[in-house]
Design a protein around this ligand. Structure first.
Ligand code: CP
Length: 314
């Protein structure tokens, strides 16, 4: 395992992490992965620690994998429901956070529709804060689980060619993945319709192209992204049929990637829009491995941020 001390109180952005810290999370996740394969999937590592899960946006994978990770580590979890809280009576988010802090949680996991909310919270509470997705800004645990999956499949991150295709402008997954993959020495190409490409995207340290074939030619990793209709303020493409014709990943198109290229998708996936069903379910797809690895990665993040590593003298 990487020999560095974990110093971070919060996990808000991949940009806050060094390559050695990313490596430490991935190595720690490797050691937690076998817990999910045991007949009794539980270790006492976070016994006596309290985690609050605050989800202000829908989630299937992130929310359930944090909850499962917390249970497997024996933490006490509270799932906060915004719709039945004082927020609907006009209480501010800051006051809500301060009241939750008064109950002495060790960690708060938060997903919110507005960028920067997890950082604002982290500045006001002494609990460690984990960003589970903020607007179109960042999704650091998704990038970590994607990196873990790539490393498992390819044995490394450095020097790999990674293509990300789809709604680049509205994807928090893309932003966090670009930060992580650049830090770890991978080569990133992004592709999508011009209407879904951020202005000056190259300044993020990526190559931008406007054709799926060009993006995935010679790629080791092809990561497809959902069109984030809920974040669009106007119509960005003429029809789903045309989008699939231009940017949908089919078996035929996948032939231009490397023969052993893997196919990834962070979910939720829209079959027949950004990816054909036979590719999503095919032998090159590691989409469900990403989900499985998400539990181990979130166990690692909870463990490192809870201070358990220092307490255990690790
Ligand atoms: N990948 C991801 O964040 O999925 P959910 O929205 O289901 O959590």
């Amino acid at each position: 395992m990487t020999e560095i001390a974990w110093q971070q109180k919060d996990l808000l952005s991949i940009a806050d992490l060094s390559a050695a810290e990313i490596q430490l999370v991935l190595d720690t996740a490797s050691s937690f992965r076998e817990v999910s394969a045991r007949p009794v999937k539980k270790v006492p590592t976070l016994r006596g620690k309290t985690v609050i899960n605050l989800f202000f946006e829908p989630s299937t994978r992130t929310r359930s994998s944090f909850e499962i990770a917390e249970k497997r580590l024996s933490a006490d979890s509270l799932n906060f429901s915004a719709s039945s809280s004082g927020l609907v009576k006009g209480e501010s988010l800051v006051d809500t956070a301060l009241n939750l802090q008064a109950m002495a949680p060790d960690l708060i996991v938060i997903r919110h529709g507005h960028p920067g909310v997890p950082r604002m919270l982290a500045e006001r509470v002494s609990a460690g804060v984990i960003n589970a997705g903020d607007g179109a800004w960042g999704h650091p645990t998704q990038a970590l689980l994607d990196a873990f999956t790539i490393r498992e499949e390819k044995g490394k991150l450095e020097g790999l060619k990674v293509a990300m295709v789809g709604d680049i402008a509205h994807s928090r997954v893309v932003r966090s993945n670009i930060e992580l993959l650049n830090t770890m020495g991978a080569e990133v190409t992004v592709a999508g319709p011009r209407t879904m490409m951020p202005v000056a995207v190259e300044t993020l340290g990526v190559r931008a192209v406007y054709s799926l074939e060009e993006a995935i030619r010679g790629a080791d990793v092809v990561m497809m992204l959902r069109v984030q209709l809920e974040r669009h303020k106007k119509v960005m493409f003429p029809s789903v049929r045309e989008y699939f014709q231009l940017f949908g990943l089919t078996r035929e198109r996948l032939r231009s990637a490397k023969r052993d290229a893997i196919v990834m998708h962070p979910g939720p996936m829209n079959r027949g829009v950004e990816i054909a069903s036979d590719v999503a379910d095919g032998s090159r797809s590691v989409i469900l491995e990403q989900v499985a690895n998400g539990v181990a990665v979130r166990m690692a993040v909870l463990y490192l941020l809870s201070g358990a590593r220092q307490e255990a003298g690790a």
